[in-house]
Ligand binder design. Sequence first.
Ligand SMILES: NC(=O)CC[C@H](N)C(=O)O
Length: 314
Amino acid sequence: MVSVWEQLEKKMPAWLEESRKQARSGNVAAYIPELANASQEALGITIYNGRTDMITAGEHDMRFTLQSISKVFTLLLALMDQGEEAVFSKVGMEPTGDNFNSMLKLELVDPGIPFNPLINAGAITISSLIAGSTPAEKTSRILAFFRELTGDPALTLNEAVYRSETGTAHRNRSLAYFLKANRVLGDEIDVEEVLEVYFKHCSIEVSCSHLARMALVLAFDGTDPVTRRSLIPRRYVQIAKTFMLTCGMYNESGSFAIRAGLPAKSGVAGGILAIVPGQYGIGVIGPALNTKGNSTAGVHLLETLSTAFDWSIF
Ligand SMILES: NC(=O)CC[C@H](N)C(=O)O
């Protein structure tokens, strides 16, 4: 009998080329000017089971920045640093149905805390909860954690993307000042310092294999199946995976849950990290985005795979 892994290896190139056609209907993010340089037609994927070689196809070697994908892992670090109660006194647990950078509900709903840690307002709040007395110390703890998860000691920031974002992030700045006004960021917290930590973790540069490796740790409940090291408590991974399912694809999380049924997180550079629990970690890059901010071709490819192998967790 042909195994799933063998079928994946065999069929992946054709599936990838089919999904690549979807890139034409999307647009590369341009609100962070540096991201606009990415190739519209690119699509790459890496799947890892922790035992054999990774399965790769397309432009899987392409480098891109994590952007919102980093939010899952800063949430995990904040949970490890502060515990569940402290974190959820500052951010909620509900999807918004609004865009990832929306300000709307911070004003409409009382108390004005961000609805969840995966929207920008929530992730900026999470940045303020990372242990460390300076932005440099917080950033280096984040980098150390991400290096451990990817097994890559050379993982680092893309400085050009960081500078490009920090120079143009008027909306994120207003979100952060709004959080300050709502006292979600307390008196002791400097808004610019929190934003520095946030923009820096969004600018960490990866390829699909890094995403697949990070996803694999979550797929195995926080214990790296390759090194057998326990990196994250299981309870926190459970929280992160639940957020990925309900909020990870922004306000497209519902239809992605119905069509693919996998915990996943996307970023505006076009990356998607997806988990097949207990089995695989998946990393995808496709810079052309749909109107919700998700990779058009990447979403199509993940939905194709999940349907073909009945991967939905439901
Ligand atoms: N959706 C995203 O990937 C957003 C992350 C990006 N750094 C921002 O704050 O706008």
